[in-house]
Write a protein that binds this ligand. Structure first.
Ligand SMILES: Cc1cc2nc3c(=O)[nH]c(=O)nc-3n(C[C@H](O)[C@H](O)[C@H](O)COP(=O)(O)OP(=O)(O)OC[C@H]3O[C@@H](n4cnc5c(N)ncnc54)[C@H](O)[C@@H]3O)c2cc1C
Ligand code: SF4
Length: 485
């Protein structure tokens, strides 16, 4: 079966939603191809069951770098914690080893401002209302105020939150303003056709456009043809598709798959003293709603409290008091204590671009390739941990050592970085020897083939990246609409 349209958008996450909507609004016949399923609130579960989460969230990486992804209608947005932050200027000013700016000239926080504003309006982003800030966030703000530091409420894409606290496993109340509740229904209302459960396997040029070999939700092969094709499969999906299609796309940049970066992150757990106000880690949105920017200038990090649920806390942090067991009565008492007194602080900033995606046996694998950069990031984390320990000590808190392990139960090396804030693999750069797409998002040497997702961002954003990915996708979408008009 051959399906023709004006434009095909591959992937329905933050990178794909904006071009799908804006092209459909402009009157183009748009097909959105998404390999994951629709997950309406009725399909979500309030659970910490790892089997449910593993059905939808995938990990990829090696012993040094690990990334998390989701394959769903709406990309990772049905699973995200709704933190919608503009990236700080320092993230755009990052340079490579030769001192060259990683972000193309003309792309920074200021030039992205109108696109950030459009993304915020369409998603419905607003700082969490004061009376909605969970207790853990309030206590963090109290601690900061006592130390002369400013607290800011986190801008979040949420409406009608019931405080159920299971944002990680999807919102059963439909309160998340995720893409499947904002951009994507609007695109469908404007005429876009969604092929949910379908996967694109290869791209090749044809007269007047591109031909895509795909399989439909039932596994049957289909062919899609369009003059305009937008790759938005994310850091892994878009690079893997280009690597598989390399022979058909002469002149493709040699950098496809390279320069993958993650935010750097340090986590420290403090136990607040008995006379401090109590937190509540098991109630309210999983994001505590308060962040401080005061540490950005002196230390290159933002800081906020996490609210992990008990299983996640034990699975990822293994925070135990020395000599105590992680089961039975001791463990129950510890969990109660952690719930009311535990302040788990996360420091985050732009990390190294130290990993690379390759195809092995036709499947994408992620490998760490820049060990020195990974070691520099480990040094930075140690410094951040020192800053957080000082903050906690000044608040009279006792620091509990965390012993994070990987899924096989092995201790992680000091140089390990693992999170969902991943960018790169099809970087923007005006020079095809250094990047896959130009500033406009068009693949070098292949007019009509665009990339608009996280893979185009040349280095990590420091803060949670979704709003920057969406703003950049809005900017690229405007250019595509202009080009095809
Ligand atoms: C659990 C989790 C929580 C997060 N929380 C936050 C947060 O609170 N704030 C924040 O800013 N960021 C958060 N992030 C990060 C953020 O969600 C990602 O950075 C963002 O989703 C990346 O957008 P994208 O469009 O590049 O890719 P994605 O959102 O990953 O979308 C890509 C889509 O393309 C589809 N696809 C890929 N290849 C193909 C193909 N060949 N054919 C068809 N479909 C394909 C995939 O199935 C996927 O649905 C979180 C991420 C995760 C996983
Ligand atoms: S805390 Fe709010 S957004 Fe999160 S799952 Fe519950 S209702 Fe949904």
């Amino acid at each position: 079966m051959v399906l023709r349209s004006d434009a095909v958008v591959i992937g329905s996450g933050f990178g794909g939603a904006a071009p799908a909507l804006r092209l459909a609004e402009a009157g183009a016949q748009v097909t959105i191809v998404e390999q994951g399923p629709r997950m309406p609130p009725s399909a979500m579960r309030r659970t910490q069951d790892p089997r449910y989460l593993q059905q939808h969230l995938l990990s990829l990486g090696d012993e040094q770098t690990s990334i998390n992804l989701a394959r769903t209608w709406g990309g990772a947005s049905p699973w995200y914690e709704m933190m919608s932050l503009r990236a700080p200027s320092v993230a755009f000013a990052r340079t490579d080893a030769t001192g060259r700016r990683r972000w193309p000239e003309g792309l920074d926080r200021r030039t992205l401002a109108p696109w950030y504003a459009l993304a915020e309006t369409t998603l419905g982003v607003a700082p969490l209302a004061e009376d909605r800030v969970p207790r853990t966030g309030q206590v963090f703000a109290w601690m900061l105020a006592n130390q002369g530091m400013a607290a800011a409420r986190v801008p979040m894409a949420v409406q009608g939150c019931q405080g159920a606290g299971y944002c990680w496993s999807g919102c059963v109340f439909g309160a998340k303003r995720s893409l499947d509740r904002t951009y994507l229904p609007a695109a469908e209302a404007a005429g876009a056709v969604a092929r949910v459960g379908a996967t694109v396997h290869a791209v090749e040029p044809m007269a007047g456009g591109y031909r895509l070999a795909a399989s439909d939700a039932d596994g049957q092969p289909i062919v899609l043809e369009a003059p305009t094709v937008v790759l938005a499969g994310g850091v892994v999906g878009s690079a893997a598709l280009l690597l598989r299609s390399r022979r058909a796309l002469p002149g493709l940049s040699p950098t496809v798959g390279q320069g993958i970066g993650l935010n750097n992150r340090a986590v420290v757990l403090g136990l607040l003293p008995a006379d401090a106000p109590q937190v509540d880690n098991f109630t309210g949105p999983s994001q505590a709603g308060i962040i401080t920017w005061d540490l950005l200038e002196p230390h290159g990090m933002v800081l906020w409290p996490a609210k992990p649920l008990p299983l996640m806390f034990m699975a990822t942090g293994r925070g135990q008091r020395p000599g105590e067991r992680s089961w039975g009565a001791q463990h129950i008492a510890w969990m109660k204590h952690f719930r009311r007194r535990g302040l788990m602080l996360i420091a985050q900033g732009p990390g190294p671009t130290a990993a690379e995606l390759r195809l092995e046996g036709g499947e994408p694998v992620l490998r760490t390739v820049d060990q020195p950069a990974q070691e520099t990031a480990a040094g930075e984390r140690k410094r951040w941990e020192g800053v957080i320990r000082d903050l906690l000590a000044r608040a009279g808190a006792e620091v509990i050592e965390l012993h994070p392990r990987d899924l096989q139960g092995r201790d992680r090396p000091d140089t390990f970085i693992g999170n969902s804030h991943v960018v790169g693999s099809c970087r923007m750069d005006p020079d095809p020897a250094r990047g896959v797409v130009g500033l406009d998002g068009q693949v070098h040497g292949h007019p009509g083939l665009w990339i608009s997702d996280a893979s185009t961002l040349p280095s990590p954003t420091g803060v949670n990246p979704s709003l920057t990915i969406l703003a950049n996708a809005e900017r690229i979408a405007a250019g595509i609409v202009e080009a095809v008009a």
